[in-house]
Design a protein around this ligand. Sequence first.
Ligand SMILES: Nc1ncnc2c1ncn2[C@@H]1O[C@H](COP(=O)(O)OP(=O)(O)OP(=O)(O)O)[C@@H](O)[C@H]1O
Ligand SMILES: [Mg+2]
Length: 264
Amino acid sequence: MAGAMDIRFNQLRKTWADGTHALDGIDLTVPAGQFCVLLGHSGAGKSTLLRCVNGLEVPSDGAVSIGGRPVDKASLSKLRRRIAMVHQHFGLVPRASGAANVMAGAVPLLPLWRIMSGIYPSALKRRTCELLRAVGLEESHLDRRAEQLSGGQQQRLGLARAFMADPAIILADEPVASLDPEISRDVLSLLREQAKERGATVLCSLHQVELAREFADRIVALQRGRIVFDGAPRDLRNGDLATIYTRRETPAPRVVPLALRKTG
Ligand SMILES: Nc1ncnc2c1ncn2[C@@H]1O[C@H](COP(=O)(O)OP(=O)(O)OP(=O)(O)O)[C@@H](O)[C@H]1O
Ligand SMILES: [Mg+2]
């Protein structure tokens, strides 16, 4: 169990130098253990919101807190150890082996000399093998260079790496955008299953509404940096989709509270 943590956004704003409001007053609490999917057209602010959680972007105003601790300069290095990211293009080192890529996920927990020497504790090697099996890869994949694996296999490595440091929070920015529909389903299913098993909170942006409906506990849709829908997948209607994916003026948000905000 990762030690569950919630994510809170309080009146979060991000305005770029050219005056673009990427985030325009986001109020949102993602409870610990929830699988929350962000939808929204290109430029709606999904990546910016995710990047504010681990300090890759600094908000212009408002606050983010995780597990009750504000994300700021003082807390960031500690909090980052509890946060993992899964990327659209996998974010692997192409020429490094599968094993090295997965073990890189433990780097935040290791002393510098271990990383410099490349000598990893045997417990870590065992954990690499366990995770590899958990994401449906075989040990033979450990010695192959990441670039020699298929896209789906590479993203499985990406997932194994993300879970390596036992994260409380997983930020996944379009984790299946480079994969075909069938493999996308496998990868999201694994992400969900592993996160649930380990009690991790997931904030995941997706472009495919059908996949959001299938895997999310909750869907939050952004338009021009504002929340326009917040509810369970079953509450997302065609009318909401029309709102989300057209670029008219941002309407009033439609919030359908999840029954008791239960997850699982
Ligand atoms: N580093 C940056 N400098 C200036 N503007 C930026 C920067 N990053 C993003 N933006 C702008 O902020 C807005 C939100 O961008 P963001 O990347 O969060 O959207 P997104 O919802 O992730 O889109 P996509 O679905 O295409 O990934 C857009 O208008 C974008 O052009
Ligand atoms: Mg994005």
